[in-house]
Design a protein around this ligand. Structure first.
Ligand code: ZN
Length: 296
């Protein structure tokens, strides 16, 4: 799996988050430094899925569009009720007139689906970041699924000759169906939600801003809510991904402190899957190919 999915990521709370999945031409969030980090590879980005309008998740858009906007790409997806995006689109086109009408901007409701590259789709889901959003859609998670064509259950056991005959007579759709295989889930900024949200996804990328509840303090009165590492790991243990990637750590932590704490907590929970970390301040290139911080 790690051979097929190349992820380059930078993620530090307050400063910047961007995650590039090369095979899907997909950028998850577009924080400051994405162009400096990816250089010419930014040209490959066709879809930019932004989770919310905090500046550390979108400040890289401006330069990315200035360099790359052409013929309908990139396509920028954003939570439906974030007014910052239409404002940014208007300003960007005025400031860099050559980008006018080039990129596309799509307001996403939770559950909406857009095609990625051949055979893959991206779906948005509600996340739980802003306490005062009410019914408005201000923050999203994103889920990547693969479309798999398989034999309908009623035809399993038929001979190949029989299947060929039915296909010729009625077409392929008569005997096959398209189902979805969950591949990758990205939480965006959020508190920890129910494990069911992520169940079945092979790769789970989840924020873990705070290493402990003591560091998180009382979040109940705050406008923005974030995840705490022990809660993320407990939830992931229930969800059971093939691999977990932890992002968005607070810059108060040194990388070594993050790695030690993650390893310790994974060991005490006896997690059955490998765990990778995007440490604060560091760009991780092809991170699924690197040695995980925790291996069962
Ligand atoms: Zn953030």
């Amino acid at each position: 799996m790690s051979q097929q999915i190349t992820i380059t990521a930078y993620s530090t709370a307050l400063f910047s988050t961007w995650i590039f999945v090369a095979q899907w031409r997909l950028l998850l969030d577009a924080g400051d430094g994405v162009c400096a980090g990816l250089l010419q590879k930014t040209r490959k980005i066709h879809t930019i899925a932004v989770t919310h309008a905090d500046r550390d998740h979108l400040a890289g858009l401006f330069q990315l569009l200035q360099l790359n906007a052409r013929d309908g790409v990139p396509r920028i997806l954003y939570p439906a009720d974030c007014g910052s995006f239409p404002a940014l689109a208007a300003f960007s086109e005025k400031f860099d007139p050559h980008t006018e009408g080039q990129a596309t901007w799509t307001a996403m409701q939770p559950g909406e689906v857009v095609p990625l590259v051949q055979g893959y789709k991206l779906r948005s889901a509600s996340s739980f970041h802003f306490t005062d959003a009410g019914a408005q859609v201000k923050s999203l998670s994103y889920l990547v699924v693969r479309e798999v064509r398989s034999l309908k259950p009623q035809y399993v056991g038929n001979s190949q000759a029989e299947l060929d005959r039915i296909r010729q007579e009625h077409g392929a759709d008569q005997i096959t169906q398209v189902t979805e295989e969950p591949v990758l889930a990205y939480s965006g900024d959020t508190t920890v939600s129910n494990a069911d949200t992520w169940r079945g996804y092979k790769i789970l990328i989840h924020e873990a801003t705070y290493l402990s509840h003591k560091d998180a303090g009382d979040q109940s009165g705050r406008h923005n809510q974030h995840s705490v590492l022990p809660d993320v790991l407990e939830m992931a243990k229930q969800a059971g991904p093939q691999v977990l990637v932890l992002t968005h750590f607070s810059p108060r932590y040194k990388p070594a402190e993050v790695l030690d704490t993650v390893r310790q907590q994974c060991r005490s929970l006896e997690l059955a899957f490998p765990v990778h970390v995007v440490p604060p301040g560091e760009i991780m290139r092809d991170l699924l190919s690197a040695a995980p911080i925790w291996r069962p």
